[in-house]
Design a binder for this molecule. Sequence first.
Ligand code: ZN
Length: 418
Amino acid sequence: MMDLPDITLSELKQSEYWTPKTRISGNTIQGLTCSVCGFVGVGWAYLSAPYSINCNRLNHCGARTKTLDLLDIRKDIEKHFKPTRQDPQRPARAYLESRGIRQALKGLKFYYQKNVRNSGTGAVMFPIGKDEKGKTVANGRLLSPPSGVGKTHNSGSTSGIFWQHPGIEYDPYSPTYVVEGIIDALSLVEIGHQAIAVLAAGQDPKKLDLARFKKLVPAFDNDLAGARATKKWIDIYPDMQPIMPDRGMDWNDLLCSGPAEDVKKRFSESLPRFLVNAQLALAGSAHEYATIYHGFFGYPPGIFVHDGCTHFAFLKKRGDEARLVVERCGRFTLKVVSYRKDTSNPENPEYRYHLEIQPKGSRPVQTAASGRDLATPRGLKEFFLTRAKVAFEANANAATAIATTITSSKAPRCFSTP
Ligand SMILES: [Zn+2]
């Protein structure tokens, strides 16, 4: 029976990224096409685990493209891995493996449920316990949720219930990370840590019986819901020292970012930064945020978001003294959705940015900006106040900081902040 690496390799061989130049050399596949820069023959992958195409043009591209998404293998996982008589849970198992969860499958209880809520897609479900009527409570996630369909699925109520790995013996005195979802918890277990999942960011910590865990560490997502959840836990347990992953990344993204051994090492080395991520999310004021940031990284944060508003922090030198100055740029946050070079006038090519602006306390606005809109503080002020219609506290510093951030946004979402 073909497993995940075999199917990935076979799909890769049939794809446009495998060219006449492609060859197998030891444990690597060389000469693949990079899907990001499009250069033929510059990518390589591991033969035994071909889950990413790594671009050799390090200074120009260096992209690491996940093949399971690129080749739609995760999306079509139920088609590639149909349940069998010997392995009725096969689609769910393949899904977990596609998320980098392999060691942590040992002793794990899960099952495959097909066509959940008539969505046309199945789910991996984790049984958690029984409710008062003796019915099994389970929480899980859809393998390939169609757009507009929620990715989680519950059977029974998970209020007051949390998940822990049934196959590991928890040491009460070692850190146990508290995360929202089971996939995140499994991702931390995979790299050798203890974790429990509280199944919903809004779960009330007071309703959970956690007495056996003596060293709980909140480790929620680095977003608005995660910050709220962390605050809730800290309000009840002020001695806890929460951590958060880097912005725009969850623990599973971290797990999938490289071989498990590397990730294990990187997690330990990054713990001080993960602690600071949580402190930044909990900062009581923009000035406190900038001070924590400057104290840890040794340089000011530049442009950042606090409490739904965009700020800019810089060092103002006077003689030998440098003072940290924090200015508010506007009562909104902003995200670069995409950008492209407009060459319709070849004499005068120009970049166009698709932006999403989220005014504090109201609905997000989608708008487009040109490089010209952003080129001067005056252009930017006009753009925000007339076309985007959001409060923009124009000064030269704020304008330059925002323009620089938008135009240097290599990847969409990079400015996506709570
Ligand atoms: Zn490339």
